[in-house]
Design a protein around this ligand. Sequence first.
Ligand code: GLV
Length: 310
Amino acid sequence: MTTHVLFRGPQSRNDNWRTLFADALPGVTWYHWPNIEDKSAIELMIVWKLPRDYQQDYPNLKVIFSVGAGVDQLDLASVPEHIQVVRMLDPGIVKGMSEFIAMHVLNIHRDTFSYINANKTCTWQPIPTMENKQRRIGVFGLGHLGQAAAKTVLELGFSVNGWSRSPKKMEQVNCFSGEAELPTFLAQTDILVCLVPLTPDTRGILNIHTLSQLPKGASIINVGRGEQLVPDDLLTLLNQQYLAYAVLDVFDIEPLPETHPLWQHSNVVVTPHIAAITQDNSAGQVLVNNVQRYIDRQPLAGLVDRKLGY
Ligand code: GLV
C-alpha cells in the first residue's frame, strides 16, 4: 500500500525531497502542490502554510509536518484534533540557531555594534572588556533550540541562565521556571535570548514591564517570534539608555516595513528572519525518518502537544 504525501513549497526543495523520498521510501507517492490527481488520497502534508480549505479538500489528512521549527503559522486552534501536527526537528536548524546566537552574544559582549557606530565618526575609543563568565546569558525557552544554544554559549565560557514554562534541569545552567521565577531570571540576565514558542501566553511578553526587569545595560536577541516583542516598549528602553542593544531577527510584520523606526535605531540590528533556516538535506532525512515511523505506526518525532501549542 502506498502512502500519499503532499509537499507545498519551493520547486528546488521539492526536487530535493522528491528524490530523497524516492530513494529511501519507494512506497511513498509524492505530490507537489498544487498538482494533485486525487486529493482524497493525501494522508500526509509537508507545509509551511496550509492550503486554503484543506479540511474539506483533503478529507483523509492524518498528519501535518511543518517545514519549520515553529507551528504557530498553522493556526493550531483551527486544526481538527484528529490531525497530528509535527514540528521540524532539523539538526541544520539547531546548528544555524546556535551559531546565530553565539555570534550575536559575542558581538554584544565584545561591543562590535559600538565599534561599528564609532566607525561612522572615525572615533578610536577602546571599550574595556569583561570576562565571559561575568556575562550572564539568559536563554528564555529551554526547548530543543534553547538547550542547544545554552550549550553553545556555555562552551564559550559565559554564565548561563535558562527559563522554561515547566521545570527543567540542565548541567551548568541556572534553571528557572514558571511565571513566579521569571522576575529572578530577568534580574540576573545581561543578554536575553528569546526562544519561547509563540502561544497566547508569550504574545507580547517582551514588554516594558518584563524588559525593565533586566539589569540596566542589558541587551536582547529575539529569535522567537516578532509578536512576542512590543517594539515601542523596546525603543523606549533603548532611548532611555536603559537597554544597550537589540538584535531582532523576527517581526510581527515581515518584511519589516521600510518606515519602521527599528530600521533607523543605531543600537538595533535587524536581520530578515534568517537566524535558522531549514536545511534541505538534514531536514529531508528527518522527514524520511518520520514518514517511516508513520508507516510503521510508531510515535512521530516532534509531535506537537495541542494543549500547550508547541
Ligand atoms: C522559522 O522561523 C522556523 O520556525 O523554522
